[in-house]
Design a protein around this ligand. Sequence first.
Ligand code: UT7
Length: 320
Amino acid sequence: MGVYTPERRLTNADLTRLVDTSDEWIRTRTGMIERRIAEPHEAASDMAAKAAERAIADAGITKEEIDLIIVATITPDHAFPSTACVLQAKLGLTDIPAFDISAACSGFVYMMQVANHMLRAGDYRNVLIVSSEKLTSIVDWEDRSTCVLFGDAAGAFVLSKCSEPYVGILGNILGADGSCGYLLKLPAGGSVMPASYETVVNSQHCLKMAGKEVFKVAVRTMSDCCRRLLEKCNISPDEVKCVIPHQANLRIIDAVARHLGIPLEKFCINLQNYGNTSSATIPNCMKEAYDQGRFKAGDLVLLTAFGGGFTWGATLIRWK
Ligand code: UT7
C-alpha cells in the first residue's frame, strides 16, 4: 500500500474566510477539521505516481514486475489519454495495459473487483490499482454546501496473485443506479455540455451535489451491500476486525455502523484530517489503519464505498 497527500492544509478556519460557514457547522455536520490541497502544478497523475512508487516499494517488487495499471479518478489529467497511461509513462513503464475506470467515490472498490478477476483469470501477476483525486480542481469555492467537504489525495495498492485459499479478497459486491446520477455530478465539459463561455461563467465545470438526498442513499446502499457481502461469505459481523468506509461524513459512517450492528470503534476514520477525497479515501484510510496496527495477518477487513453514478460496493479481505 502507498499513499500520497499534499503538504498544504486547508482548515475550517481558512474556509470561514472564503464562504459563510463556521468551524462548528463543519465539525458537527461532517466531522471534518482540515483537508489537503495539491499545488497548482500537481496533477492527478503526479500524485498517483508518488503513491504508486510507495506501494511498489511496500510490495517488495520492482516496477517492471507490474503487468497491469488501473486508475480510478473523477479528476483525470485529461478526458484522454487516460490518467493510467500518463501514470505508466511517469513510472517509466511501457507495453503493459493501462486504463481508467469511472465510478466516482466507489472507484477503489470497483477497481479491486476488476483487478481481482483479472488476477484470478490467470494472465496477470501484479496489478497496480491507484486512486488519485485532485478534487480542489473541480470544487466551486463559492458554494458552501460542497467546498467545505473535499480534499486531494492519492492511494495505491499492488494486488498480487496468490495460490493460498481463503486469504486476500474473499468477496466483492458492486451496485449502481444510473437514474440518480443527476444528484451528484459535474455538468459541463462532456459531449452533453461542451465547454463554452457560459459553462465557465455559470460554474458548470464544478461538482454539484444534492447533499441530503445523497446522504440517505449512501447510508442505505453501503449498509445493504455490506450485509449482503457478509452473508454471501458466511461471515458474521462480529468476526470483522475493522471496517474501512468511504470518508464522506462522520454521520454517514455512524449510521452505517448502527444499521450493520458493528460498533463504531471498529470503523477506521480519518476524514477529520483529509476531508472527502473521493475514491482515494479507502486506500488512504486503510494504509493508516494498518500502520496503526488496527489489523494484522489473518484479520477480516471490510471496505465499503458510495459515490456518484450512483455507485456503491463492498469488499471483504482476509489480510495476509
Ligand atoms: O462522496 C460522495 C458521496 N457524498 C456524500 O455522501 C455526502 C452526503 N451528504 C452529506 O454529507 C450532507 O448532506 C452535507 C454535509 C453535504 C450537508 O449536511 P446536511 O445536514 O444534509 O445539511 P443540509 O444540506 O440539509 O443543510 C442544512 C443547513 C441549510 O440551511 P437552512 O436551509 O437550514 O437554513 C444549509 O444552507 O445548513 C446550511 N449549510 C451550511 N451552513 C454553514 C450548508 N452548508 C453549510 C456550510 N456552513 N458549509
